[in-house]
Ligand binder design. Sequence first.
Ligand code: G6P
Length: 608
Amino acid sequence: MCGIIAAATNRNVGKLLVQGLHKMEYRGYDSAGIALHQETSIVHLRCLGKVRRLEEKMIEEKPKGKVGIAHTRWATHGEPSEVNAHPHSSKERVYIVHNGIIENYIELKKELIEYGYAFSSQTDSELIAHLLDYFLNQKNTMIDAMHSIKEKMQGAYAIAAIDQEDSDSFYLARNNSPLLLGVGSEELFAASDPLAISDLTDKFIFLEDGDVVEASSKAYKIYDKNKEEVQRELTHLNISAQATSKGEYKHFMEKEIFEQPTAILNTIDGRIGGEDVLENIFGEGSNELLAQVKRIQVVACGTSLHAGRVAANWFSSISQVPTQIDYASEYRYKNPYIDKNTLLVTISQSGETADTLSALRYAKSQNYLGSLTICNVPTSSIARESDYVLLTNAGPEIGVASTKAFTTQLTALMLLALSIAKAKDINPKLRTRLATALRALPEIVSQSLELRGQLIEIAPSIANKDNALFLGRGMFYPIAKEGALKLKEISYIHAEAYPAGELKHGPLALIDENMPVIALAPESDFAEKLISNLEEVKARGGTLYVFGNAAGDLSIDSGKLINMPECDFLLTPILYTVPLQILSYEVALLRGTDIDQPRNLAKSVTVE
Ligand code: G6P
């Protein structure tokens, strides 16, 4: 949610900043901008639209400088436009880029207007530049001014700033929004995500809330929330260039769908030994903790929440533990009753989703047995702040629509269900069955990728519709929800999911030849009932696209039956996800949408 980057180097900084912005476009892409020191002045360029527009502007203007800041935006306050694009400046002296939301901005804006500051944008961010200018005018240093603005502002922010009167340095402040330093040889960088600067350095410092930084090409100083200078740990991270490029694929989403067999293999690698899950895979002491779990509370957002909904079935049937699931954005506001020995489980690809992070922080002050996260980014705030962590090891996911992150989250959640069962010493045969099935899963997922040809055939008959309905039962209802979410995110077709048994309680009224119905029909205890539900659709002229082997006896007049590869029933939700992802992708391709960066969305949502 907005990407910020800063650099102080001895080479031309503009190109480095723009390259970094390109790698962070998944965080927002409605406008972009840059400010850099050029001799005695600051060059300030902004434009509406994607980073490539800024790049074109830079090719025309050819700014030259060694210290600068840049931003790619996901609008919160104020429409996407050039004036609302960052960097914002105050009196052409201080320039800032911001990620987050300043919650008391109305009050601060009023105060600044009284002091004579004029606002040119509708953003909450612009006031940061004016506040800095205000404090600098009180004969403060830039570091003092950065500390002072923190005392005034409430909300979430990662800020990078430059001062026209100090051409060697950039300044940073962090509170509840990700920000890190990258340490190079005689050059310093900062960014919202290590990916942005991973080809410039492999040495990172993850800043903490309350930190303020002064950085030049030669040195940096970090001050904590008490204004004390502190040393923060240097982390070495090797992010391969291959992991962040599309390779032979047209889109990141396509690449990430096809990476799933390997990603799932990486999730289970080193976590299953012999015929059972290994002990303490969530961290030292996790076995003792899991033995005590009586209830689970899941909090997550978007696709990650869908993974939690599937896992609730596994926690119940494999681990004999009931689960409560809440949207992270809702959880705190319902005054949750926390039963004894409840484990908090957060699920997050990025580990930076503001709603999930806030829920985790709230939960830590409550009476939970402990907090455990399923996360893809080891250095993220959620991974760092949770008591126990299982990394999905899916590799960077760049397409905004989540694919391999979801199937690896499901795989990791299955490992959690098995670990709880093992810690409680229950269901040994089922554990052996599932450990064996998990080992075979990557190969079966590879087979499901081969369905692409059939999905390409049906994509045109969905691409020309305005709506679609997804049906599933049991564990397949959340998979139907995930299928509907994928379709609406990237093709902009309105899609809804229903438990198939609910069809007769309302949505049946919508069925006609313009409403494609996509149903998940694996062999199962509920197969017969599901087929009856599908007959109801057929009787009303609906077009059916049915995935699964239980639909064998169903004869359909329009649509298609798609046979699925076989796998252990409890793992089938993972398998059935894959063709739904491919179908959405193919439909979006036909509709010509921006698949990796769909309109209005962002991958890492760091505002509440
Ligand atoms: C955004 C993304 C979704 C993602 C959700 C939660 O909405 O577009 O793909 O599922 O955030 O993100 P997280 O990183 O916490 O899994």
